[in-house]
Write a new protein. Structure first.
Length: 697
């Protein structure tokens, strides 16, 4: 590799004239003394490059109308000296030194780089002009043009010939939001140079862990283990944040590693982590991850030799977390009014540009169909809309890519004409504009996206789309009880739609299919939102589970949610309303000696009410049920005592015993213990015997 000799300024006179036109005279006039000083200070380019950055002298000349520094010479010199044209380890070192120099000085006179990049054919006038379109909303097009020009000079490559790998230089040279890998890639897509869409880049949490060397080494080993074990990508992103909290606690305790952790330290860490503010479910998740981490490392360097953890305390925490999970609202709307007002605001909104139009159409679809947010955002124009397989007249959203549950080609029903109109308009728009296909790193496919901007041809960010909904919340009258904006998100619309499907179909399987869930348990969690629990069906189920109601009518409630063949009667439809239970029983039930009969047709179970699927009894009816039980026990006793050849094989006796057993079962469902029931029965029988003495003669 040759020496980087200085080039006399006089030899560049023609080039300066071509670049600066009439202004080249002033440029050369002021630049002459600067270049002379530069050449006197540094023997050649090698010496200048090898001088530490903080010792490099900035040589400049200031004039009221003209400011020049040595960079006006360095940029063309580096090009003609071949600084960025060479390859190899030594050339790479030189280039990195040059990059560090430009990084430090990029705000001082680097605009000249734009002119030189154009002169060398690295960027075109069309490309520079279109940066204004790219950054029309955010601004910063001048800084972007400068950064792009420097980038092409460093690589000695025209922008049109950039590859996806060339974008890696961005993070090495620049650290601002104006010139980022994503922005540069959006510009390449706009110019038609690439089809690969990039997401916002976030730092790797494993690499940014702040801890002692020993702790960082432990985390590195654990990271390698998790990757080799094919851990879920979501877990790989979340776990380092949990470990960071553990390491912070260890540092506060003065621990170099985790070998001193015992039951006491684990409990202290839990209290430190909780601090009275963290939800039980969140705290339990953190503790579970920490426990798994210690189980993995137990006996290894830096870990305890034996695991001494507060198992009972953590089991208690897990139970509390489950209760919290089962009782929480999740991301559902607090009220249907909030959802209705948002939909009305959405329909009346008048978009002023392409972005607002896409945001509006996105939420029109989101409040009409129950897929998850990212599934919707990643939809493909060619496959997005398909007839439902079991009902060709209905339409659903479809994708060949996996959803969160791992389903491919799953379909989510479109439940409202507004959503169907919106998705059809989006597909027609994409075809009319002849949008180019984009590579989606999340789905690992190249295709035309349903929600795709034309200038530049990219997909809006999730943050922008969610912010649009927040703006709508400011426009509606609804406020939460504490005065805050309405709760609501794509997940809230999803929960609301699934609740509606449950109410209309009375089929938990249909809800599970529409939700794209792998198991029924997750579906039932969705149906525990406040809106869903307003339905009488869920109130009654909750009272059954809480021991306030008994009777085999419970089986009809289960079938209402699980059986495709369940008839849709007016009584069963009433269960999906806000009707009170007393009103429901008065309207649809027949009062019995104990409990109610909810059979709406001819009775085919005469005198066997307590084992019938139409029977329901409330806890406040316990005393009446005990009285009925005593009557049957007395009848049974009379039967035994009056019969000369009594046997339990007798059909009448067997039936009576079954009735007694069923009543006892119903009473035990309501929380009445055997001892208490025996006490009540014996007391009543004694009173009966006293009032009806037997004639022994």
């Amino acid at each position: 590799m040759g020496d980087l000799l200085w080039i006399p300024l006089a030899r560049l006179r023609v080039e300066y004239k071509s670049v600066f036109g009439r202004g080249h005279y002033a440029q050369l006039c002021f630049l002459g003394p600067i270049v002379q000083r530069l050449h006197e200070t540094y023997e050649d380019g090698n010496q200048w490059l090898s001088t530490p950055l903080d010792q490099k002298e900035e040589i400049r000349h200031s004039h009221p109308n003209y400011h020049v520094n040595e960079m006006s010479y360095i940029v063309p010199w580096a090009w003609y000296a071949g600084l960025c044209h060479e390859f190899g380890s030594e050339a790479q070192g030189r280039r990195e030194a040059y990059v560090a120099y430009l990084r430090r000085r990029r705000r001082r006179g680097l605009k000249v780089a734009v002119k030189w990049a154009q002169y060398f054919g690295l960027v075109s006038e069309e490309e520079l002009t279109k940066t204004d379109k790219l950054l029309a909303q955010s601004g910063g097009s001048a800084e972007f043009r400068t950064s792009l020009s420097i980038h092409t000079l460093i690589l000695a490559k025209p922008f049109q010939q950039f590859t996806d790998d060339d974008l890696d230089w961005v993070s090495t040279i620049w650290d601002n939001h104006v010139y980022s890998k994503k922005t540069l890639q959006d510009f390449r897509i706009l110019m038609g140079y690439s089809q690969t869409r990039l997401s916002m880049a976030f730092p790797n949490a494993w690499e940014t862990l702040k801890a002692t060397p020993a702790l960082k080494e432990m985390a590195t080993r654990y990271h390698k283990y998790l990757k080799s074990a094919d851990a879920h990508p979501g877990a790989l992103k979340f776990i380092p944040h949990v470990l960071q909290r553990l390491f912070e606690f260890a540092e506060q305790c003065g621990f170099e590693d985790l070998s001193r952790f015992r039951r006491k330290e684990f409990l202290q860490f839990q209290d430190w982590l909780d601090n009275g503010r963290r939800a039980k479910k969140s705290l339990a998740t953190y503790i579970s991850i920490i426990k798994t981490f210690f189980e993995w490392g137990c006996g290894e360097p830096g870990f305890p030799s034996e695991l001494d953890v507060p198992f009972e305390e953590w089991r208690r925490l897990a139970r509390e977390a489950n209760r919290e999970l089962n009782g929480r609202e999740g991301h559902s709307f607090s009220s249907r009014d909030a959802a209705l007002q948002l939909v009305e605001a959405l329909q009346s909104f008048a978009p002023s540009n392409e972005r607002e139009q896409l945001y509006q159409l996105f939420w029109m679809v989101a409040c009409s169909a129950p897929p998850r947010f990212r599934f919707l955002l990643d939809l493909d124009v060619e496959t997005a809309l398909r007839p439902m397989p079991n009902e060709p007249s209905a339409w659903g959203l479809c994708s060949p890519s996996e959803d969160k549950a791992g389903h491919t080609w799953g379909q989510f029903p479109i439940l409202d004409s507004m959503g169907l109109t919106a998705i059809r308009a989006l597909i027609a728009r994409a075809r009319e504009l002849e949008l180019p296909p984009l590579y989606n790193p999340r789905t690992q496919r190249t295709y035309i996206h349903v929600f795709q901007l034309s200038k530049p041809p990219t997909v809006p960010s999730e943050t922008e789309i969610r912010s649009f909904l927040t703006d709508l919340k400011h426009m509606i009258a609804y406020r939460e009880p504490d005065g805050s904006l309405a709760r609501g998100s794509a997940h809230a619309f999803r929960t609301l739609l699934l609740t509606e499907i449950a109410a209309r179909t009375q089929d938990i399987g249909a809800v599970q299919l529409a939700a794209g869930h792998r198991n029924e348990q997750m579906t039932r969690l969705y149906l525990r939102s406040r809106i869903a629990r307003n339905a009488l069906l869920y109130k009654v189920v909750a009272q059954y589970e809480g021991g306030q109601i008994t009777g085999r009518f419970y089986l009809r409630l289960i079938s209402l949610l699980t059986d495709d063949e369940t008839p849709v009667e007016s009584m069963m439809r009433a269960l999906t309303t806000d009707m009170e239970l007393e009103t429901f029983l008065a309207k649809y039930g027949k009062r019995l000696d104990m409990g109610h009969c909810l059979n709406q047709s001819e009775c085919d179970n005469w005198m066997r009410c307590w084992g019938c699927q139409h029977f329901l009894m409330q806890k406040e009816e316990t005393q009446g049920a005990v009285t009925t039980l005593i009557k049957h026990i007395v009848n049974m006793r009379e039967m035994v005592q009056s019969s000369r050849d009594f046997t339990y094989d007798n059909s009448i006796a067997a039936g009576q015993m079954k009735v007694i057993a069923l009543i006892v079962k119903r009473l035990s469902d309501l929380g009445l213990t055997e001892d208490k029931l025996e006490e009540m029965v014996m007391s009543s029988i004694q009173q009966f015997d006293a009032a009806h003495p037997r004639n022994e003669g």
